[in-house]
Design a protein around this ligand. Structure first.
Ligand code: HEM
Length: 390
């Protein structure tokens, strides 16, 4: 357990495992801290907005690594700055157009119904393993155009890789298997006549003056999408289920379905799936009177911003379905790198919660249940969600 009164220090594993008390202490006492030279930590909503809103000063190079930069075969979209970032984002955004997401909805409904059909009618289960885990991975694989026989392996490898964030181990066997599988798939797809059916086609066949991508670049972008989409959305669905059950609002929601999207938004704020992002200063900056030197790695706590009492009021730590303007939270980031998958994550989370409400309107937490944060530094969700299905 961390000391709840010591301000947040991301270099302390106990703080990463149990961040709420230390983040609250940091907001009250040192909104910008320097856990060590060259590393700053920003925890207020105002500070976080400032950093994310000034990409010219706060670069995305070195994002996802507290120490140094990751050695990757190609640059990820979350680690590059304009103008390269603008070009790649435009190319990926085509696949997230509202019409494409609408077309995907029946497939998401099928995936959710499939997951639900594997649950027993009654008894005690862990909803993470037996329901939530499979949904986001299947959805993003379907979205990208990956064949269904690969889904199980890809899902297992993704889980292992995501658990090592923010310092993904490039030489993990799971990483090598994932790269080999995707490369083989791309080679096969390259040999087929060009079409624009899915994300893979979009990466393989450039349009309107876009650059040709190498297989290594295309695989890297596919992996980025898989990693960005799976554990984050699992966390969102699981956290929403947990908060509704823990605050005894499940049965009320079953009677008032129109509030499900609001519950998902409040969950994003209250339990921010991606706890923080990282930036590096291109030059010196002053934030709230504190000087942040050039070449400083800046940890930007989205979770802390979303619980900042100055922005959200004294009840910021409570999960409330009647909160005003809740979608102003920063769980999907802000500015030029704002999450492009947010509409997809929202759609599948709402469908997954609604399906549970339909089938299990009297769901409750198991008597012995205790919330414990998963041991993945960047992620927030409980390790499991033991419930009684009734
Ligand atoms: C609840 C689920 C999700 C959460 C909480 C989440 C969170 C985030 C955050 C905070 C960022 C900004 C990173 C930064 O500023 O450094 C981001 C970017 C991104 N997300 Fe998501 N994400 C989610 C789901 C998804 C899904 C489903 C996809 C794709 C299918 C996706 C794809 C991306 C991509 C490609 C970026 C990079 C955008 C850029 O750099 O321009 N995310 N996400």
């Amino acid at each position: 357990m961390s000391d709840q009164h010591t301000p947040f220090n991301p270099l302390d594993a106990a703080h990463l495992d149990d961040p709420d008390g230390p983040l609250a202490a940091a907001r009250g006492r040192c909104p910008i801290s320097f856990p060590r030279p060259g590393l700053a930590c920003v925890v207020t909503e105002e500070g976080v907005q400032h950093v994310l809103g000034n990409p010219g000063i706060y670069s995305n190079r070195g994002n996802f690594a507290i120490d140094g930069e990751l050695e990757l075969p190609a640059q990820l979209i979350t680690m590059i700055d304009p103008p390269e970032h603008t070009r790649l984002r435009g190319r990926l955004l085509r696949w997230f157009a509202p019409a494409r997401l609408r077309a995907l909805r029946p497939e998401v409904e099928r995936i959710v119904a499939n997951a639900l059909s594997r649950l027993p009618a009654a008894g005690e289960v862990d909803l993470y393993e037996s329901y939530v885990r499979v949904i986001p991975a299947s959805v993003v694989f379907a979205f990208m155009g990956l064949p269904e026989h690969l889904w199980q392996d890809l899902e297992n490898w993704t889980e292992v890789i995501a658990g090592t964030m923010p310092e993904p181990l490039i030489d993990l066997p799971e990483m090598a298997k994932m790269i080999a599988t995707l490369t083989e798939l791309l080679e096969r797809r390259r040999a087929e006549p060009p079409a624009q059916r899915d994300v893979i086609d979009g990466l393989l066949h450039p349009q309107d003056g876009e650059l040709e991508l190498t297989d290594v670049e295309a695989v890297t972008h596919l992996m980025q999408l898989v990693l960005a989409a799976t554990d984050t959305t699992r966390s969102l669905i699981l956290n929403t289920l947990h908060s509704l059950l823990a605050t005894n609002q499940w049965q009320a929601l079953a009677q008032e379905r129109s509030k499900v999207p609001k519950a998902v938004e409040e969950s994003l704020r209250h339990d921010t799936p991606l706890q923080f992002v990282l930036r590096t200063t291109n030059r010196e900056d002053s934030l709230g009177g504190t000087v942040i030197p050039a070449e400083t790695k800046v940890l930007v706590s989205l979770q802390s911003a979303n619980r900042d009492e100055q922005a959200w009021g004294a009840d910021a730590g409570q999960f409330r379905l009647d909160r005003q303007a809740v979608s102003a939270h920063l769980a999907f980031g802000r500015g030029i790198h704002t999450c492009i998958g947010a509409p997809l994550a929202r759609m599948e989370s709402v469908l997954a919660i609604e399906a549970m409400l339909d089938s299990y309107p009297t769901l409750r937490l198991a008597d012995s249940y205790r919330w414990e944060k998963v041991r993945a530094p960047m992620m927030r969700r409980p390790t499991n969600l033991r419930v009684v299905l009734a």
